[in-house]
Design a protein around this ligand. Structure first.
Ligand code: MYR
Length: 181
């Protein structure tokens, strides 16, 4: 029996909505568990790291991408391939350091906050999407790239855009020969 056209897309939308709502429930629970926003942020980052170190295998297998030759290529790949694949959005990328190791991913649209209006006043330091930072950090570590990943701006906090900063911590040459694909 053939499926009506559009059914697959509809199912996809439902599972994305379910994921976003589940993420909201996770953050809400952590806010109940931890008084300090910083502790919630750390917990989300750690959970994301655990996801990232596993997600990388799925990402490399499904995307079949080649090893990147520069930090700039890696940042573009995260934005154009990984974000598109897992979140359905493509952040714009800009390099923000003369040394070429600091990048910003600017998200015009952040599906993780689709059902969030604003942060409660008492949760002003919460990085609601901090899980993403951990995911990126964990995934990068698995391809031998140490990085610091943090939210630099957040629309939920009244900033004009949402911006994730990625700082690669080692020289690009350090990882040569580690992954040859
Ligand atoms: C390489 O040079 O070996 C390939 C580098 C691939 C890095 C991909 C990192 C994926 C990050 C996943 C983020 C998902 C966010 C929703």
């Amino acid at each position: 029996m053939s499926r009506p056209p559009g059914r697959k897309q509809e199912n996809h939308k439902i599972s994305r909505e379910l994921f976003v709502l589940t993420y909201g429930a996770l953050v809400a629970q952590l806010c109940k568990d931890y008084e300090k926003d910083e502790d919630v942020n750390t917990c989300l980052d750690r959970m994301g790291y655990g996801i990232g170190i596993r997600l990388i295998d799925d990402f490399l297998a499904r995307s079949a991408v080649k090893k990147c030759r520069s930090y700039s290529e890696t940042a573009d790949m995260i934005a154009q391939v990984a974000f598109k694949m897992y979140l359905g959005v493509t952040p714009s990328v800009s390099c923000s350091s003369a040394a070429g190791n600091e990048f910003s991913l600017i998200l015009d649209k952040n599906p993780l906050v689709d059902f969030v209006e604003e942060l409660p006043a008492e949760r002003a330091s919460l990085c609601y999407c901090n899980l993403l930072c951990g995911v990126i950090r964990g995934a990068l570590e698995m391809v031998h790239l140490a990085a610091e990943v943090t939210f630099l701006q957040d629309r939920l906090k009244g900033d004009a855009v949402t911006e994730i900063g990625i700082t690669f911590l080692r020289k690009a040459e350090d990882r040569k020969h580690k992954r040859n694909k």
